[in-house]
Design a protein. Structure first.
Length: 319
């Protein structure tokens, strides 16, 4: 009997809690807000499903088929061939050449772009005091300039005869190469243009990171006898490691997919010396090899994802 008497108040409290008007209002308000959120998100969800998720799924399926241009009229007649497109890619000498070209572009272009961006950011942060905004705008302008306009300018700069770069080299008695016509020099020419065009983005990010480095640390190190290079090496760079990680990852992702530079300036030549993976994939789409081109696209996607993950793992240990 005592147990029943003790349980009665708790049951009454439970009943009173369930009938609490304020809790019911809060629950009703939460449901209304949840419905409103879904209603507002529904247009994006539908657009994402129709124009992103469904095409991605379709292209993934296409990569396992022999779909060609002639099959567009009869899409249900295509044959599923499994991983044949993927195995074909790694036995395709032209695609393997494109992989080597892309690796060359990335391994040389990414460090060069980061060094230029860091040097410009350091100069704007401490070295340049007058017209700093003008220099910042000038360094960043190539980033927002059309690649077609940039390519036209650089084609004149890299001309074999009467090009500005070879003219300047001639002043010092150096016979400049045929930048865009020689298979040995065409890729360095594209790397120079890409680094010049893209270092402005990294410069802005590095500049923001440099402004977050406490100047008191530099003053303390200076009092202890550290020179400018030692302060930069042991104070600035360690504090910039997260920024360096971000800039290196984003730059590498962009360079692994480089397409506009060879497409506009060299069309992959001469002798496929500037043919990239993205440009070769684009050509296969143009030839109507849709299944093979879809497989190449997913190879590029996996390469970007794996290299990015490895880069995060390697650089995050020191950040």
């Amino acid at each position: 009997m005592s147990t029943a008497i003790e349980r009665a108040p708790s049951s009454q409290r439970a009943t009173g809690t369930e009938g609490d008007p304020s809790r019911k209002r809060r629950r009703s308000t939460g449901l209304r807000e949840g419905r409103a959120a879904w209603v507002l998100a529904l247009p994006f969800c539908l657009l994402f499903l129709v124009f992103t998720l469904w095409p991605v799924a379709q292209s993934l399926f296409m990569s396992f088929t022999d779909t060609r241009a002639k099959d567009l009229r009869t899409p249900f007649s295509v044959e599923v061939i499994g991983v044949e497109n993927y195995t074909r890619a790694f036995s395709d000498e032209t695609f393997l050449r494109a992989i080597r070209n892309t690796a060359y572009f990335v391994l040389v272009g990414v460090p060069l772009t980061i060094l230029l961006a860091l040097a410009a950011a350091v100069a704007l942060d401490r070295g340049i005091t007058k017209f700093r905004s003008v220099f910042r705008l000038g360094f960043y302008t190539p980033v927002i300039t059309s690649i077609v306009a940039v390519a036209v300018v650089w084609q004149y700069l890299l001309r074999d005869e009467f090009g500005l770069i070879n003219t300047v080299l001639g002043w010092f008695g150096i016979d400049g190469p045929n930048w865009l016509g020689d298979a040995n020099w065409s890729m360095p020419g594209l790397i120079m243009m890409a680094a010049w065009r893209n270092f402005g983005t990294g410069m802005i990010i590095f500049l923001a990171g440099l402004q977050g480095v406490p100047w008191a640390l530099h003053e303390a190190a200076s009092i202890d006898g550290a020179n400018t290079w030692q302060r930069f090496l042991h104070i600035t760079l360690p504090l910039l490691r997260p920024v360096i990680l971000f800039v290196s990852v984003t730059t590498m992702i962009g360079y692994l997919q480089f397409f506009e530079e060879p497409f506009v300036m060299t069309n992959g030549g001469p002798l496929d010396s500037t043919l990239s993976m993205s440009l070769y994939t684009y050509r296969q789409f143009g030839f109507g090899n849709y299944g093979y081109a879809a497989a190449l696209s997913y190879i590029i996607f996996v390469a970007v994802a794996v290299i990015t993950a490895l880069q995060f793992r390697a650089l995050r240990e020191n950040t």
